[in-house]
Write a protein that binds this ligand. Structure first.
Ligand code: WQD
Length: 354
């Protein structure tokens, strides 16, 4: 199938682009490289450099004026790509599905700058939905989040759990999910809202080596300390009601996320029904367990200070993905703590050599 991946140069998006190409699909990436990395872009994909908030560009792309091979669209990761202005004549190759990974995701920042998240996440995605409707593209795979649930009322969290986000980032994802429900009913949109728990790890085949800049998440921060690019880290609280007092999270490997996305897209095309799925393992690891495993894998100490709690952190967030197994036949295979850390250390270890 002919697929548009918005944000296909990002941490999650780049992994899904490789998986889509591996599965034999034809992929076009739209990315503005605000956080995406050229080195992570699969050369098999066509690259359009531009911003999804450029509605003229987006409309042309969705209207069949995709970056066509006839324009001699150059290989993505040689950094030249197909500039927005180079989009060729209507290729008549409409996209069969659109994937959207281009969003802001820092929960803490969303509480300080909600207007930034309204523009980047909510408004831009609603504009995308309108242009998909205008151009007759029905299938939409959306990167949603566990953050739509808020404080867990029970564990493990299933898809029936109430959605009461406790940060504005989580609200933007919920607002988009609610709009997709209406567009499904009123305009025939077929969507998959895939709610990630804690995405982590790097491509187990080592094809994606570019690191996220200024990471806020636990695993990359632990890796920066192991590599020596960050002297020390903080553990945000050890007085939670958990087995060692630190927070428990359900870490899901990006390669597992990638297979789920491809399966979800194929389900939308064949079953003609919407999906709202948790993508998680059902296992949880504490912050200290992550640090201890990293010390073993990297064979280095991970200096850390125990500090006070971080606002908005639930003690435990673990989900069940039985719905994903039943509907799209998916379960995690690469999400053991050892693999999550080894695959990430494979990307960070060279820094420790320098
Ligand atoms: C994990 C645990 C921290 C850093 C976030 C977003 C969420 C989703 C996933 C997109 C927590 C602790 C962390 C550090 C620490 N994103 N920690 N020291 O907060 O569970 O979820 O990413 O959908 O929306 O909120 O992930 O990696 O920030 O934290 O102690 O330096 O590690 O307190 O318990 P989180 P995280």
């Amino acid at each position: 199938m002919n697929i548009l991946v918005i944000g296909g140069a990002g941490y999650i998006g780049s992994h899904i682009v490789y998986e889509l190409n591996d599965a034999g699909h034809k992929v076009t990436i739209l990315d503005n490289f605000s956080t995406g990395l050229r080195e992570n872009v699969d050369a098999r994909a066509m690259l359009v450099e531009g911003d999804m908030q450029d509605l003229v560009l987006l409309d042309r792309l969705l209207g069949g004026n995709g970056a066509t091979r006839s324009t001699g669209g150059t290989k993505a990761n040689d950094g030249t790509g197909v500039a927005a202005g180079d989009i060729g004549p209507a290729s008549a190759e409409r996209f069969d599905s659109v994937f959207h990974f281009a969003a802001l995701k820092a929960a803490g920042e969303s509480m300080e700058k909600p207007e930034k998240y309204t523009s980047a996440n909510t408004i831009s995605t609603l504009n995308l939905l309108n242009l998909m409707v205008k151009n007759g593209i029905r299938n939409f795979v959306f990167s949603s989040s566990a953050a739509t649930y808020g404080e867990p009322e029970y564990l493990p969290i299933d898809e029936k759990h109430p959605q009461n986000p406790i940060n504005y980032y989580g609200y933007t994802k919920l607002a988009i999910e609610q709009a997709m429900r209406w567009y499904s009913q009123l305009k025939g949109l077929r969507y998959a809202a895939l709610r990630y728990f804690n995405a982590a790890g790097y491509d187990v085949q080592g094809r994606i080596m570019g690191k996220e800049q200024n990471p806020a998440n636990l695993l990359p921060i632990v890796m920066e300390v192991a590599a020596g690019t960050r002297p020390k880290m903080q553990v945000f609280g050890d007085d939670y009601p958990t087995r060692d007092g630190t927070c428990i999270r359900d870490y899901i490997h990006v390669n597992d996320l990638a297979t789920a996305h491809v399966k979800a897209m194929e389900y939308l095309a064949s079953e003609d029904r919407d999906l709202e799925l948790n993508l998680a393992t059902g296992e949880g690891y504490t912050v200290l367990e992550v640090i201890q495993e990293a010390e073993k894998v990297c064979d280095k100490p991970i200096p850390h200070d125990i500090t006070g709690r971080r606002a908005g952190d639930p003690a435990e967030l673990v989900a069940t993905s039985s719905q994903a197994l039943e509907t799209i036949g998916w379960k995690a295979h690469h999400s053991s703590l050892r693999t999550l850390i080894e695959s990430t250390w494979n990307v960070y270890r060279d820094d420790s050599a320098s």
